[in-house]
Design a protein around this ligand. Structure first.
Ligand code: AMP
Length: 201
């Protein structure tokens, strides 16, 4: 029996979601946490953007939705995630960022995990104030030139989030998976809180 590895690593959960509204800092935190846990951070937004840049068929389709601040259709998104979760680096864990975003996607993810013979360990929820995230996203739009970071599209994305994605939190609450973390704190403090939230399980 070897317990030294687990004793050295306070964070055990390895199949994780990070959720929160656009601009909550999911991407930044996902990359940090995933690196610490040696699991891939899988961002559906990043995969779509890579396809847009590569002008693939998927990218052309996704862009038409992304530019309007709408969700890419579930069937397309689910197929993409199923294929990504089947890759070798995701077999020992993953941190999904930006997926699932609809109830249909929750069901699809449940099915994928059943097929893989596994379950989720935790859902990390970044809690932020709406006006703060609008400010952050407007700033990101200026710095990174993301075509969906204009104020009008941002407001629409936030509406879509509260209508279609916020209800997912209840679903995962009922499964006792949700760990809430204050996303308004400084970046390093948020990372620390996320680490603690996972270790506290
Ligand atoms: P993000 O970088 O996570 O904010 O995603 C940027 C955009 O990609 C979203 O506004 C959607 O258009 C699209 N997208 C990302 N993830 C999903 C998803 N799970 N379901 C549908 N559309 C998504």
């Amino acid at each position: 029996m070897n317990t030294s590895t687990s004793a050295a690593s306070p964070v055990q959960a390895r199949r994780l979601l990070i959720v929160g509204p656009p601009g909550a800092g999911k991407g930044t935190q996902a990359v940090r946490l995933a690196e610490e846990l040696s699991i891939p951070a899988i961002s559906t937004g990043d995969i779509f953007r890579a396809n847009v840049s590569g002008e693939t068929e998927l990218g052309v389709l996704a862009k038409s939705y992304m530019d309007k601040g709408e969700y890419v259709p579930d069937s397309v998104t689910n197929d993409m995630v199923r294929s990504r979760l089947g890759e070798a680096d995701a077999q020992d864990g993953f941190l999904l960022d930006g997926y699932p975003r609809t109830l249909d996607q929750v069901e699809a993810l449940d099915g994928m995990l059943t097929e893989l013979g596994t379950t989720l360990d935790a859902v990390l929820l970044l809690v932020v104030e709406t006006e703060e995230v609008v400010g952050r996203l407007v700033e990101r739009g200026k710095q990174q030139g993301r075509s969906d970071d204009t104020e009008e599209t941002i407001r629409h994305r936030l509406e879509v989030y509260s209508e279609q994605t916020a209800p997912l939190i209840d679903v995962y609450e009922k499964r006792d998976l949700v760990r809430r973390v204050d996303g308004m704190a400084a970046i390093d403090d948020v990372t620390t809180s996320l680490r603690e939230a996972l270790a506290g399980r």
